[in-house]
Design a protein. Structure first.
Length: 236
């Protein structure tokens, strides 16, 4: 009986140890979840800023003909529209470079040094950010820093979003359209109608003084991406 009692005692001790270990693991998991959820405002804010800045700055860049470095612009109520000359080509690398520049600036404006989050008690260490946009319009923000609130700290490294625009299709269409303008030495109406009928792309033109202004509405994420440029109307 004594031996049986000892065995029962050890079983009870083992069960208690397992219960204590399980409770400890559960409490640790709950504590980790609470720590993670306490930083949800930071996660949401950065994700939203990145997505909005990428899409908004792309649209703004479209109003500048994708080229903020153009040498000659035509002032309009919309923006400063670049004037394209014969043999002009919208280069993908240059377009992406311009896009990265304006998105990064837009992102800094959206962040505003995280003042809105600092008012909520979050403390941000100094950081250097790097933004990259690849040819598939995957937007990656590298921002290795730590954020603290109270006694809790969370480390960050990378945020990612994607712009839903077929960049290759858009650039090929736009460059083909430019070639057509200078080939026919005028407004290529047949090209414009064919493109609209085949792909649902809308191309419009209107005059401003001596210049023809063209707008291209290219499908993007269920909406349209507006792209503008001007050509001196000497052909008509």
């Amino acid at each position: 009986m004594k031996k049986k009692g000892q065995i029962t005692f050890y079983i009870i001790i083992g069960v208690l140890i397992l219960l204590l270990f399980g409770m400890s693991t559960l409490l640790t998991t709950v504590e980790d979840d609470q720590k993670t959820s306490s930083f949800t405002p930071v996660d949401t804010f950065i994700d939203l800023c990145l997505k909005q800045s990428a899409e908004q700055e792309l649209r703004i860049l479209g109003l500048y003909g994708g080229d903020i470095d153009a040498e000659i612009f035509l002032a309009s109520e919309f923006s400063s529209i670049p004037i394209f000359s014969e043999n002009h080509e919208i280069n993908k690398e240059h377009f992406l470079s311009n896009l990265t520049f304006v998105v990064n600036n837009g992102l800094n404006g959206c962040f505003n040094n995280f003042e809105s989050l600092k008012k909520q008690g979050f403390v941000f260490e100094e950081y250097d950010q790097k933004l990259t946009i690849d040819e598939n319009l995957n937007v990656k923000l590298f921002i290795p820093f730590k954020v603290s609130k109270g006694k809790t700290t969370k480390a960050y490294s990378e945020f990612v979003t994607k712009i839903d625009l077929n960049l290759d299709g858009f650039l090929n269409l736009t460059n083909s359209f430019l070639d057509e303008i200078f080939e026919v030495k005028g407004i290529p109406l047949k090209f414009m109608l064919d493109v609209q009928n085949e792909n649902g792309i809308i191309i419009n033109t209107f005059q401003s003084g001596d210049y023809d202004i063209y707008t291209i509405d290219y499908p993007m994420d269920g909406e349209y991406y507006l792209f503008m440029f001007a050509v001196k109307g000497v052909f008509i």
